[in-house]
Design a protein around this ligand. Structure first.
Ligand SMILES: C[S@@+](CC[C@H](N)C(=O)[O-])C[C@H]1O[C@@H](n2cnc3c(N)ncnc32)[C@H](O)[C@@H]1O
Length: 281
């Protein structure tokens, strides 16, 4: 029996996202992904919105983009997913990280890829979803320039790869489009900058200044390319305007939770959102 047939029997018509490590980022960030579509839909006048995501894993963020298109843009749009679905951590530097070991195993066995294929089947039929399996460095230069309304960057979080992903993405956005990404737990002005500079090759480390864990590669790359960016709970975004990049405001966005959230993810997102709602930009 094929992997897909088995997953269809185990979870017919329902994505599998209530398993360990399925929703990798802080669940609250998905509210702001859906909010980003709300922001763009205000001026899209019903035009289809095209989303590109780099790093799709089990498909949770792809389903959030699709839900945003369904709720705010009449289901008009596309979600294009790029992922190698292959091990990518430098395990010599991450041997003690349980999450990295678990991800490598799921990627190496093709479990992650098959769960993604199953999960994106639950997108509304009006939304075109396509995926490209390969390294972002090879695939991004092949994509249409000035085409996408959103490019979401969530693949390898170490400095060189994430910087390359951002730089390769910028020409793909049309005027008014939004480049965004996950896992900006701290901006450079908030953390110890010297430690960040020395640690770009590491995925996730503690910051001595704030006592919080963060991804130094994302922090460094974002700061070098844009300076300070608009961000909400670790999800960041900038809009292409008149040849430059400007922050956006999601302060007034309707708060919509992904339909696929487990009870635990919903509770985490609600509690996190309650903590940050009074200080949203
Ligand atoms: C953090 S996960 C993505 C999570 C997903 N966006 C979500 O929120 O559901 C990172 C993904 O990036 C992929 N990845 C890492 N490096 C990559 C590369 N150089 N090219 C393509 N995909 C890559 C991995 O296979 C993994 O599935």
């Amino acid at each position: 029996m094929s992997y897909q047939k088995l997953l269809d029997i185990l979870s017919p018509d329902r994505p599998i996202l209530d398993v360990a490590r399925a929703v990798l980022s802080a669940p609250v960030r998905h509210l702001f992904m859906i909010g980003t579509i709300w922001y763009l839909a205000k001026s899209a006048a019903g035009r289809p919105l095209n989303v590109l995501e780099i790093g799709s894993w089990y498909g949770a963020s792809a389903l959030s983009w699709a839900q945003g298109l369904a709720c705010h843009n009449g289901g008009r749009g596309s979600v294009t997913c790029i992922d190698a679905w292959a091990p990518f951590f430098d395990m010599a530097n991450h041997a003690d990280a349980d999450y990295a070991r678990d991800m490598e195993a799921s990627l190496a066995s093709d479990c992650a890829y098959n769960i993604f294929l199953h999960n994106v089947k639950s997108m509304p039929a009006s939304i075109t979803c396509q995926h490209m399996r390969g390294q972002s460095a090879s695939l991004l230069p092949q994509l249409r320039r000035d085409h996408f309304d959103v490019v979401f960057i969530d693949a390898d979080h170490t400095y060189e790869p994430v910087k390359k992903d951002i730089l390769e993405s910028l020409p793909l956005l049309r005027e008014g489009g939004i480049v965004c990404g996950d896992d900006l737990n701290l901006q450079l002005h908030e953390c110890d900058p010297e430690l960040a500079q020395q640690s770009g090759h590491l995925d996730f480390i503690p910051d001595p200044k704030t006592g919080r864990n963060y991804h130094p590669g994302v922090t460094l790359a974002v700061a070098e390319i844009f300076g300070q960016v608009s961000s909400w709970g670790g999800f960041w975004a900038m809009q292409k305007k008149n040849g430059g990049w400007q922050p956006i405001s999601l302060k007034e966005m309707p708060v919509i939770y992904p339909q696929y959230f487990s009870a635990a993810d919903l509770a985490r997102a609600e509690s996190h959102f309650a903590d940050i709602r009074d200080n949203l930009c």
